[in-house]
Design a protein around this ligand. Structure first.
Ligand code: NIG
Ligand code: FE
Length: 394
């Protein structure tokens, strides 16, 4: 046993055999040769490197046009995220640059961001739309997300974030916009096989509980799972709502009540913590991790990669900040980007742990103990990745 490994239930000298895209056997290297011969398949010996499941970034907004550097500068001079949003900047400015971007711009910039995540052992990325906010523009974002998964050796989960912000053309007709998103837009995108899940930004600068509930109801009727952005800036009862509708995840949660935390636990809704967004917005109230733990809520960690609140393409940095800013243990942080991130995507049967029958997505690390994955700032100890049983350039 390697120092620091006990808590992880891990062991040294692991070996793993792959058949097709799946794990066929996992055990000690010294048994590997015998088992491999018996199964008639090759065995990969980790040769003293650490082996983890491929990392999962279960919350990103990876596809968008432009950037928000000016907004960053304004915030450094004292403007708040809410002030900027209310003045028509924020998400609205990315909607404008995304609508203006060519398909090629969107593809290339998203691929660069995806490759940065992949270089750190990420094998699955959830990608949200939400910067189009008109049907054709939302479709384009979801198509780019789908194509990323076809062009790069990474699994993509596509989320329709229809209720992200109210687009300018609907300023005078909020309900009309919500009706479009929850009705014809959702139905068309689902019919085109572009939607794995839905999402909404339930917040005082975005959508109310009632509006969010309309989307959750529509999704349920179509048999689609849901994620919800809740409690990023205020507690509007979004956690309770996510739990009521059996959402896969409730994301952010800086502001959540005791009742909200208990509801999430009872519903099995995963709390996705986004420490790089908290850091970027220089927030001062972290999610009540002790409360969430005590209530028995499953915790995941993701980058929230987006141009406004989290211009971040490092999941390892998010894990580090989950420890230093939110007080997670390195073990909790790491399971938040593997086992629990898989739960947040409703994909536990397929990914997130190294078990026979699951996808052979795993990362090899040049580290001495697992907490090192949360320790380095800007370090990348990834020494190799196997994706669907095939060696991938990290
Ligand atoms: O998760 N909160 C809503 N959505 C993103 C931010 C989007 C933006 O500011 O462009 C988030 O933080
Ligand atoms: Fe987000």
């Amino acid at each position: 046993m390697v120092a620091g490994a006990e808590a992880y239930g891990t062991h040294k000298n692991a070996a793993l055999a792959v058949k097709g895209e799946r794990i066929a056997w996992i055990g000690f290297a010294d048994e590997g040769a015998r088992e491999g011969a018996a199964l008639g398949i090759p065995v990969h010996d980790a040769r003293g490197l650490w082996l983890t499941p491929g990392l999962i970034d279960c919350h990103t907004h990876l596809v968008y046009g432009g950037h928000r550097v000016e907004e960053f500068e304004k915030r450094l001079c004292g403007a708040s995220y809410e002030d900027i949003a209310r003045a028509g900047g924020g998400i609205q400015s990315t909607v404008q640059s995304t609508r203006e971007a060519t398909h090629q711009d969107l593809r290339v910039s998203a691929a660069i961001r995806a490759q940065r995540l992949m270089s750190e052992g990420v094998t699955t990325i959830e990608v949200k739309s939400g910067y189009g906010l008109e049907l054709a523009a939302e479709r384009r974002l979801l198509e780019v997300a789908r194509d990323l998964g076809a062009e790069l050796p990474v699994s993509i989960r596509k989320t329709f974030l229809g209720l992200h912000a109210l687009p300018r053309e609907f300023t005078a007709d909020r309900q009309g916009f919500v009706n479009q998103v929850c009705g014809p837009w959702l139905e068309s995108l689902v019919a085109e096989n572009l939607v794995d899940a839905v999402d909404a930004f339930c917040e005082n600068i975005a959508f109310t509980v009632t509006e969010t509930e309309q989307l959750l109801r529509a999704a349920k009727q179509l048999g689609l799972p849901a994620h919800v952005h809740v409690g990023q800036l205020t507690d509007m009862g979004g956690a309770e709502l996510a739990a009521k509708w059996g959402a896969l995840s409730a994301d952010h949660l800086e502001f959540v009540s005791v009742a909200g935390a208990r509801a999430l636990a009872a519903a099995g809704t995963v709390a996705v913590l986004l420490p790089t967004a908290y850091f970027t917005l220089q927030q001062t109230t972290p999610p009540p991790v002790a409360l969430l733990r005590e209530a028995g809520v499953t915790l995941a960690v993701a980058t929230d990669s987006n141009p406004g609140t989290s211009p971040c393409t490092s999941l390892l940095l998010a894990l580090s900040m989950a420890c230093t800013l939110f007080g997670l243990t390195p073990e909790e942080a790491l399971s938040g980007a593997t086992r629990n991130a898989a739960r947040a995507l409703g994909a536990s049967q397929d990914i997130g742990t190294l078990e026979v029958g699951k996808r052979a997505d795993f990362a090899l690390w040049r580290i001495e103990r697992p907490a090192e994955l949360c320790y380095g700032l800007g370090a990348n100890p990834c020494a190799g990745v196997v994706y669907g049983g095939k060696i991938r350039a990290a």
